[in-house]
Design a protein around this ligand. Structure first.
Ligand code: G3P
Ligand code: CA
Length: 311
């Protein structure tokens, strides 16, 4: 049996101290009134510098100090969660070259356009696509990651902040996104709060129904964040109390907060954290973190996130 050396014991003590600090900070974050540390979420990774929702963007986000890395989730024809913002593949991959005939013609704003829906392709077919060249030539050959691949890359180094994208659309195509999300987290040992202290998980959605399903039907106890981008009755004092019945936080767009700055106070009074999106300059992040008083924000530029208030 190996006997621990004094340097390995010192290393272990240091690791325990760091782990305890992360737990303390995250616990404080979730308690209204104790919101000292602002939280940095890398929006689709460090997506100002690398192709969004790819492993290079996620790696760079962690290198730039992200507390959480966001993944937008879509579902393939064979029921695998992959990381991609759009429901269709043509904006961020070379699907038109690889599968020229596999489009659907749909009408958008009175015009007929061709689309390649993620759910028409198997995960193996999607793995053949280049999701990097559209962004810059040096990312040629970068793949669309499965969510499992993203988790493997991030686990132990930062938190995960997945978004259930268009769960109702996928529901109409025979998929239950919330079930797939929880099954993936369970497979990776991350489905319970505090399961891996180095990898906190929060789930976000624009769909209240999706979050209610996670919490009330599927018994998910992970913190949930409801995204909002328009004025709505549910943002009244009474409405926010109802939101607090199934979510830990509110995720208003920065535009919505600019129209209704009192929303931060109302949300805090209802016991909700406030996480706004999407930020690209240090000055704007300063404004929202320290003047509007949001707790966390999504940014494409994690390197510009201001950890402290500028005087
Ligand atoms: O999830 C927060 C923010 O990312 C929502 O907007 O369109 O970038 O997913 P979107
Ligand atoms: Ca998102």
């Amino acid at each position: 049996m190996d006997v621990p050396t004094s340097s390995s014991l010192r290393l272990l003590a240091l690791f325990s101290l760091v782990a305890c600090s992360i737990v303390f900070v995250l616990a404080a974050q979730s308690e209204p009134g104790k919101r000292a540390r602002k939280v940095l979420i890398a929006h689709r990774g460090a997506s100002a510098y690398a192709p969004e929702n790819t492993l290079p963007a996620y790696r760079l986000a962690m290198k730039q100090g992200a507390d959480f890395v966001e993944q937008d989730l879509q579902i393939t024809r064979d029921g695998v969660l992959v990381c991609l913002h759009d429901l269709t593949l043509e904006r961020t991959t070379n699907v038109e070259e690889v599968f020229p005939d596999r489009f659907r013609e749909v009408e958008r704003d009175g015009r007929k356009v061709r689309e390649w829906p993620v759910s028409d392709f198997t995960v193996e077919e999607i793995s053949r696509l280049d999701a990097g060249s559209w962004f810059a030539p040096q990312f040629k050959g970068t793949q669309v990651p499965t969510w499992d691949q993203a988790i493997a890359e991030i686990k132990g180094k930062a938190g995960l902040f997945p978004e259930t994208k268009a769960p109702e659309v996928y529901g109409s195509r025979g998929f239950e996104m919330e079930h797939l999300v929880l099954a993936t987290l369970r497979r990776n040992g991350l489905d319970k709060p505090g399961a891996d202290l180095a990898t906190p998980v929060m789930i976000q959605s624009f769909s209240p129904a999706s979050l209610r399903k996670l919490r009330q039907e599927l018994g998910c106890l992970l913190p949930l964040v409801l995204l909002v981008d328009k004025p709505d009755e549910m943002l009244s004092q009474a409405g926010l109390k109802q939101v607090a019945g199934f979510a830990r936080g509110l995720g208003p767009s920065k535009r919505l907060l600019a129209q209704d700055p009192g929303l931060v106070k109302r949300a805090h009074e209802a016991g909700l954290t406030v996480t706004s999106w999407t930020f690209r300059t240090a000055a704007e992040m300063q404004e929202y973190l320290f003047n509007y008083g949001v707790d966390a924000l999504f940014t494409d530029n994690p390197d510009l996130f201001p950890r402290v208030k500028e005087d």
